[in-house]
Structure formats: C-alpha cells, structure tokens
Ligand binder design. Structure first.
Ligand code: MGP
Length: 253
C-alpha cells in the first residue's frame, strides 16, 4: 500500500533550523524574517525542510482556522484529517484546539513529516495524539472511501459522518500573485477539480490563494447547501482564503 501509519521518524539533515540569515537560502530569507509569525516558538528548535517554508500557515492564521473549522464543522464530526500536513502548522493548531477526538495527518515526504512530528512535540502536543501517515493522500482517501475499510487499520478508518478533511495543498509556487484572479483549474500539481473529487463527499476545507476564483469555488457547493469562504488576514492583508464545504449527503459513493 503506498501509504502507511508511522511512529516518530528520525530528523534528517533536511530538517533544518536556521539561526543566522547568512545560512538561509536567498529565496527563503523573506520567510525566515517572519519566522516568529509562522511559529512563535521558532527558537525552541522548530525544524523545516527548505521546501516547507513557502507553504507554512502562519500560527495566528492556523489557530483561527482551527477555531473556525471547529465551530463550522457539524458536531457529529469528531475526526479531522489534514491531508497535506507539511511541517505541521495546521495540524498542531488542530491538536491544541481540543475539538477533535482523533487527528490524522498525512504527508508524503518523510523529512517534512519528521519536521511536523518534531514541531508538534515542541508545541507540547503529546506523542500519540496525532496519527501520522506517510504517503500519498489521494491513495489514502481513495482507500478510505472505497468501502473496503477492512484494508485499513481501525485508526485510519474515517467515516463520512464523523470526519472532516482539511487540505492546504501546494499552489504551484508563488506565481498565483501574478494574477488578479487565480484560476484554480491551473493550480499545480493538483487543481481544484482533483482536490474536490478526492475530498468529497466528506465535509472538507481547502486553504487556497487569497485571489482564488470564487466562481469556481461556488461550484463546490453540494446540492441545496452553502459553502463558506473566509479570508484570513494578518496586519490588514489577506494571507489566504479557506473554503468550507459541507458533506455531500446526496453522494452515494
Ligand atoms: P506568500 O504569497 O508567499 O507571502 O504567502 P505574502 O508575504 O503574503 O505575500 P506578499 O504579497 O506580501 O509578498 C502568503 C501565504 O500563503 C503564506 O503565509 C502561506 O500560508 C500561504 N502559501 C503560499 N504558498 C506559495 C503556498 C502553497 O503553495 N501552499 C499553501 N498551502 N499555502 C501557501
């Protein structure tokens, strides 16, 4: 199976902590200067792979999303699955929110996953609180959806009535900023269609570029239901939007 539950993975040399700007690759320096906005406990040995810096959700935004998702999500949802866990920004906030009985975090890069596990410990999330899955989230969701749940160990079974999916996917770099309205059908490597097909019919939330095309997003609403779109700002400027999509109860798949 192309995904598996893992315990604490060892940190590797890709799991870096930069103390001095001279050591930071030039294209990451802007993010390094904002390190305390990303993780207030950055100095307590927060680790990131070089690729992870671009996509980290700043901590105040992650905390607010955890609060909002906890409130918007119906009370029957007791499991959350973060399918692009990255270095852990969002999943740590979900774990600290105390809203969820079970938290599953999926990440396909082992070094990035090791960073997330380490960062969760830095933030005081007890070992074992988050169920970590190393592998491709699309394979995992497909297996969870197939109904052949007996192929999955019980901890990884995520029923539709009880589960919310959160996805903060890669956006294909920062070129989204070149467009007034970002065409989500062109998002790389996974476009909106691929993401929404993978996540529905579960209730799900997507973290997307702040300029994403709302006409495309509106089409995600299940029949007779509304979606919510929230812009998350810091210092008066939007960082990103989150789209909250309810469960599609008409889908019988
Ligand atoms: P940004 O556009 O790189 O920075 O990212 P900034 O400072 O807002 O832009 P500028 O116009 O002021 O220069 C804004 C936010 O988008 C970051 O804090 C991340 O949370 C998020 N983000 C950026 N990228 C490229 C990604 C991505 O690929 N995936 C995800 N999930 N989030 C991203």
């Amino acid at each position: 199976m192309p995904f598996k539950r893992v315990d604490q993975l060892p940190l590797t040399e890709e799991c870096k902590h930069y103390d001095y700007v001279e050591d930071v690759p030039w294209d990451l320096q802007k993010y390094w200067h904002q390190a305390y906005s990303l993780f207030q406990y950055y100095d307590d040995d927060i680790r990131l792979t070089d690729d992870a810096w671009f996509g980290v959700t700043p901590e105040p935004v992650a905390v607010k999303i955890a609060e909002d998702l906890g409130a918007i999500s119906s009370p029957t949802k007791t499991t959350i699955v973060d399918i692009f866990a990255g270095a852990g920004g969002n999943v740590i906030a979900f774990a600290l929110s105390d809203r969820w009985e079970r938290i599953v975090a999926v990440e396909k890069d082992p070094a990035t996953l090791a960073c997330a596990q380490h960062n969760a410990l830095v933030y005081g999330v007890p070992e074992g609180r988050i169920i970590w899955v190393l592998g491709d989230c699309f394979d995992y969701l497909a297996a969870a959806k197939e109904g052949s749940v007996d192929r999955l160990e019980p901890a990884l079974r995520v029923g539709r009535k009880t589960t919310t999916i959160f996805a903060s996917p890669p956006w294909g770099g920062v070129s989204y900023r070149d467009h007034d309205v970002f065409d989500l059908s062109q998002m790389q490597p996974y476009n909106l269609d691929k993401l929404s097909r993978a996540c529905a019919p579960w209730e799900y939330a997507l973290y997307l570029p702040r300029t994403s095309d709302l006409r495309q997003i509106a089409k995600l609403a299940p029949e007779d239901k509304k979606i919510e779109v929230v812009q998350y700002c810091m210092e008066g400027a939007s960082k990103a939007m989150v789209v909250y999509v309810p469960e599609d109860e008409t889908d019988r798949s």
